[in-house]
Design a protein around this ligand. Structure first.
Ligand code: SF4
Length: 433
């Protein structure tokens, strides 16, 4: 039997190799996964052309996944460096890579990513359109934006962020100056400017059906962008954000009618006490479509440490319904991340994702912690390193500060509670002095 998208296959009862692989990886019955894919509650971004892909499922009942943003910019146009970052990101556990290149030979980088990268590849066509046409923003036509979507789909991009929910009507709040930080989404701000300069409707909204046809043909997962994600604590959960979410709910329904897989992008900056409610509202309005959050950053005042502010928010968001975390690095708000920033961002996101998976009771999640605790109890340093989320750092920290007694660490020395309890319970003499 023929199928177009993973959703179409699941609805027809066809077990694709992608569904089989994801079910195996998640320890889930194929039938249960197919049901979730058919209902749109799990997306498996897998463009038919991305042959090097190792598919991952994104959805509430699955392990929380993380995305890493990379790509060249006008100030940092080093393709080999970017590819080495991609490889390192995959090695560290990135499930998806978004190529946010905004300068140079983006096509060549995209082709290389699709040829070599096993993680799902995402793009934001509106950025690429600006460079692709090399003309002023207001000179690009709506049709030309859609042609870039087609180009990326044909290239093999697995998911694309399109800010379809920002309309001339919904952007009125921004125009009235109701927000402290206006629109902080790069794509959203470009579309807002385009609408204002041309007087036309958002082409990603106006030509939505045509976009869905492209996505259906190539099995591109639609990542419905949140142009009005709050860019500061002050703007969290405001009318702009919620009004856009309502539009995204309707666009989700229309995508599912055409068997197009959908993920919904979400906040942004948000105080901790608003996160749970936001997750529930999204799940209700978008009928359980996977939620992809960009943070949330739980305070605005920590530039240089936003991998921490976002990991706090990400862990809470994923506990209450988000299933895909976009990493944030210490370089957020400051510069393009370097390799070290990227590593810190990935580790922080992975900690958030895993912490949420324990809280959600995801199958096998807490087994990892149990193994680590056993290794700690056994003072099995090699075992602890191997189980560490960042093995290299754990190993380096111990090696940089070796204790006099192998069965302790330099934190407590012979006062080591673990050692002394083990010895006491084994009936051994405890030599503290
Ligand atoms: S010395 Fe202290 S910190 Fe180190 S392993 Fe023993 S109890 Fe833990």
């Amino acid at each position: 039997m023929e199928f177009t998208t993973q959703m179409d296959a699941a609805r027809k009862g066809i077990i694709t190799k992608q569904i089989k692989k994801v079910a195996l990886e998640e320890g889930m019955h194929v039938e249960e996964l197919m049901d979730l894919v058919a209902k749109g509650q799990v997306a498996i971004p897998a463009n038919k052309k991305h042959l090097s892909l190792s598919p991952k499922g994104i959805g509430n009942k699955l392990k929380t996944k993380i995305n890493v943003n990379l790509g060249v910019s006008k100030d940092c146009e080093d393709y080999d460096l970017e590819m080495s970052k991609v490889n390192k990101a995959v090695e560290l556990g990135a499930d998806a890579i978004m190529d946010l290149s905004s300068a140079g030979e983006r096509g060549a980088l995209r082709h290389r990513l699709i040829k070599e990268c096993p993680a799902a590849i995402g793009t934001v066509p509106v950025y690429d359109a600006i460079i692709h046409y090399d003309k002023p923003l207001d000179q690009i036509t709506g049709e030309e934006f859609i042609d870039v979507v087609r180009l990326h789909a044909k290239d093999g991009v697995d998911f694309m962020t399109m800010h379809c929910g920002l309309t001339r009507e919904s952007s009125k709040h921004v125009k009235r100056g109701e927000r402290l930080t206006n629109i902080v989404s790069r794509g959203g701000s470009l579309i807002f400017s385009w609408m204002e300069m041309t007087g036309k409707e958002n082409p990603f909204y106006e030509f939505y059906d045509e976009i869905l046809d492209i996505c259906r043909e190539h099995d591109v997962t639609m990542s419905l962008g949140d142009a009005c994600r709050p860019g500061c604590i002050e703007d969290a959960s405001d009318v702009s954000q919620i009004e856009e979410l309502v539009i995204l709910g309707d666009l989700t329904r229309r995508a599912w009618e055409k068997d197009v897989q959908v993920i919904i992008e979400g906040p942004g900056h948000m105080p901790i006490d608003q996160i749970e409610a936001n997750m529930k509202i999204q799940q209700t309005i978008c009928k359980g479509a996977p939620f992809y959050v960009l943070g949330p950053l739980v305070t605005d005042v920590a530039p240089g440490y936003d991998h921490i502010t976002s990991a706090i928010g990400g862990a809470i968001a994923a506990t209450y319904g988000a299933s895909f975390l976009c990493y944030v690095t210490p370089a957020e708000h400051l510069r393009l991340p370097d390799l070290d920033d990227m590593k810190e961002g990935i580790i922080a996101s992975k900690i958030a994702a895993h912490a949420a998976d324990i809280a959600k009771g995801i199958k096998g999640a807490s087994d990892w912690d149990k193994k680590m605790s056993q290794a700690r109890k056994d003072l099995d340093w090699e075992g602890m390193f191997k189980l560490s989320i960042d093995e290299e750092k754990a190993r380096r920290y111990r090696e940089e500060s070796m204790p006099e007694n192998e069965d302790t660490c330099t934190m407590c020395g012979k006062f080591c509670a673990v050692r002394n309890m083990n010895k006491t319970l084994n009936g051994e003499y405890v030599d503290v002095i």
